[in-house]
Write a protein that binds this ligand. Structure first.
Ligand SMILES: *[C@@H]1O[C@H](CO)[C@@H](O)[C@H](O)[C@H]1NC(C)=O
Length: 352
């Protein structure tokens, strides 16, 4: 063992200055400590960044054709269910009798806490990846086409309507207005005051926040029409192999009181959700550097740090020399007598 160590010691590729000629200084020690500290800090931050990954956002042309997309609805209208007419019309001229998949449940009208009533809902943020992943619990409405207690003063409408991924319009009107119905609801009974708990496109993720969720409108007018125009952007979130394929939408809204006296104008009171799909897809992915690349990056940064520290130290030293003279710079240095660069020797060199 001893033989090995001594052999290794002899096999030292790096030329060394004999330790009796080197000079150690407090300043040098301190700057070494600082360099190590900063180095460790960088390693710490970089490892954190490596484990956490980074979020990459890209737009692509949406190449998927989803012929069967869902509109998820959960809302309360201040009119008895038996008065209401729900329908979807779209560009393909398909007419979906939304009433067949939606559920209608008679309730009393009430405004729960936390709802934004009569606010313009034109501002909305893109949800963050973290938020989406936390709230990615998927759900389905368990029942379809139920009709309960239809005479109650308000109507809870909920469910998912399958539609084509083309421009369309989902609306809630009253019987006898716009469509030929057997019944005709008297004007005094019309009340399109409503609350929206959920309005979204695609798979139903009840906890993801959409611009219309938890909003509502109240009106004193019987012939009120509300129009929500939504532009839907297909969005894919991905983290650690978990993919959430969903849709966001931008919203503009308008409202007016209808004039049903004019037979030439098709102005029908009701709640209208117009939708259109953008041909692009937003992809939000959390990515990670490959490990080798991470190590290379770290090595590059640390190498740079060492070089920088060397420069800074020398600069500092020289600055002190300029400001306070050579004597000050060398004051705190510890030296052994007889060194090659001993003051006496240097001075004697200068004399020559
Ligand atoms: C509609 O119902 C709401 C809630 O009950 C009420 O505040 C509002 O005055 C009603 N509007 C009309 C036009 O009857």
């Amino acid at each position: 063992m001893d033989g090995f160590t001594s052999r290794v010691r002899t096999f030292d590729a790096f030329p060394k200055v004999d330790s009796q000629h080197t000079v150690r200084s407090q300043r040098g020690g301190f700057s070494t400590l600082m360099t190590i500290f900063v180095g460790l800090l960088i390693v710490w931050v970089e490892i954190g960044g490596f484990l956490g990954g980074y979020v990459d956002r890209q737009f692509t042309v949406d190449d998927e054709i989803k012929s069967n997309l869902f509109i998820n609805v959960d809302m309360l209208v201040a009119m008895p269910c038996e008065f209401l007419h729900t329908n979807v019309l779209d560009l393909t001229r398909d007419r979906y009798l939304a009433g067949e998949t939606l559920n209608f449940e008679g309730l009393n009208f009430f405004i729960p806490e936390g709802f934004k009533i009569n606010n313009p809902n034109d501002a909305h943020d893109t949800p963050e990846l973290d938020e989406i992943m936390r709230e990615s619990m998927r759900a389905e409405f368990r029942i379809e086409g139920a009709r309960i207690n239809e005479g109650a003063p308000a109507c809870h409408i909920f469910g998912s309507i399958p539609v084509n991924q083309v421009k369309g319009d989902f609306h809630i009107t009253a019987k006898g207005y716009g469509y030929r119905d057997r019944a005709h609801v008297p004007v005094e009974a019309l009340n399109f005051t409503h609350l929206i708990q959920e309005f979204s496109f695609g798979e139903f993720y009840p906890f993801i926040n959409n611009p219309l969720d938890a909003t509502g409108k109240t009106t004193e007018e019987n012939l009120q029409a509300y129009k929500y125009h939504t532009k839907v952007v297909p969005t894919l979130y991905q983290r650690l192999g978990l993919i959430i394929d969903t849709n966001q939408y931008a919203l503009t809204e308008s409202q007016h009181v209808c004039n049903i006296k004019d037979p030439n104008k098709l102005d029908i009171p009701g709640i209208y959700f117009r939708y259109d799909f953008e041909p692009i897809k937003l992809i939000i992915i959390e990515r990670r550097l490959p490990f080798i690349q991470f190590v290379a990056k770290l090595a590059t940064i640390l190498g740079g740090l060492l070089i920088l520290a060397g420069y800074l130290y020398r600069l500092y030293d020289r600055l002190l020399g300029i400001l306070f003279g050579k004597k000050y710079v060398e004051k705190n240095t510890e030296r052994k007598s007889g060194g090659l660069l001993d003051n006496d020797v240097k001075e004697s060199f200068q004399d020559i």
